[in-house]
Ligand binder design. Structure first.
Ligand SMILES: Nc1ncnc2c1ncn2[C@@H]1O[C@H](COP(=O)(O)OP(=O)(O)OP(=O)(O)O)[C@@H](O)[C@H]1O
Ligand SMILES: [Mg+2]
Length: 273
């Protein structure tokens, strides 16, 4: 089973393309304020196909707001977010919803339907892809969807849990099911906001390793927000440090220093949580 690579995607640019790039997600000049609180102060960030990029930063530095603005769950005040060449800031309605399917989102607290099986939850990813998410309520899924879901569960090593109710899975298993669902959605990018915060150290390692595998082996761009610098350095290809709504550094993980990472937390003035 192979996921789509960014290079196979048509590059249908909508609106202006602030940077010449074929990266699946290109954020440029992103600004967002909530009242007087200037949360994003012109953020540029590029997520490339085949990389695991981690955003580090103190509480309140704007990480979640950046992810939300990137896929227009929150409307930015200024800036662009190009997802597979489509400027989400220029789209609305059905066009926006369709364009957004190229991104799968994983949150800290897994949003699985607790009373349904792992398999049904993963099927939901494929239905979302087809614009049929509402038919989750039906008991039967098209054969094509079932096949995709089985592949997704196999990909994350949980085929044996297919029929277990999601509410009875451990935190680590549930996050892996969330990765399977994202994978089944056939998204080009996965955005994961603190996907391992609720997990024990071993499960956190496993989920991060899985996300890195999905990036490296399947060619997806994977962006995670983490609060564990050691995990970030071990598993990421690139680290972006955010401080008070700005990018403090953006470099290969192997080139980051513990001092500059520590400075993200010492200097942060923007914690208004
Ligand atoms: N909907 C909102 N309305 C008002 N203020 C908001 C809203 N969403 C976020 N903020 C504020 O924006 C700032 C950045 O929040 P954000 O959630 O992006 O931070 P974060 O870096 O993800 O922090 P954490 O590490 O705690 O998750 C905070 O001061 C927060 O209170
Ligand atoms: Mg956050």
């Amino acid at each position: 089973m192979t996921a789509k690579l960014a290079s196979e995607q048509p590059s249908a640019a909508a609106g202006s393309r602030p940077r010449g790039s074929d990266a699946p997600l290109v954020i440029s000049g992103m600004r967002k304020s909530f009242g007087p609180n200037e949360v994003l102060k012109g953020v540029d960030l590029e997520l490339r196909a085949g990389e695991l990029l981690t955003v580090l930063g103190a509480n309140g530095s704007g990480k979640s707001t950046l992810l939300r603005c990137a896929i227009r769950l929150t409307d930015p005040d200024a800036g662009h977010a190009l997802l597979q060449g489509k400027d989400l800031t220029a789209l609305s309605g059905g066009e926006l919803r369709r364009a957004r399917r190229e991104a799968a989102v994983i949150f800290q607290r897994v949003a699985l339907v607790a009373g349904r099986s792992a398999f049904d939850n993963v099927c939901h990813g494929a239905l979302g892809r087809m614009g049929l998410a509402e038919s989750l309520h039906s008991r039967t899924f098209p054969a094509e969807v079932k096949e995709l879901a089985a592949c997704g569960l196999e990909r994350v090593g949980l085929l044996d849990k297919a029929w277990q109710r999601a509410g009875t899975l451990s935190g680590g298993q549930a996050q892996r099911v969330a990765v399977a669902r994202a994978y089944t959605q056939r998204a080009s990018v996965i955005l994961a906001d603190e996907p391992v915060s609720a997990l024990d150290p071993r499960a956190a390692e496993e989920v991060l390793a899985l996300l890195a595998d999905v990036a490296h082996e399947d060619g997806l761009g994977v962006l995670t927000v983490l609060h564990q610098p050691d995990l970030a350095v071990r598993h990421s290809d690139r680290i972006v440090g955010m401080r008070s709504g700005e990018v403090a550094f953006d470099r290969p993980a192997r080139d980051t220093s513990s001092a500059e990472i520590a400075a993200l937390y010492e200097d942060e003035q923007g914690d208004a949580n």
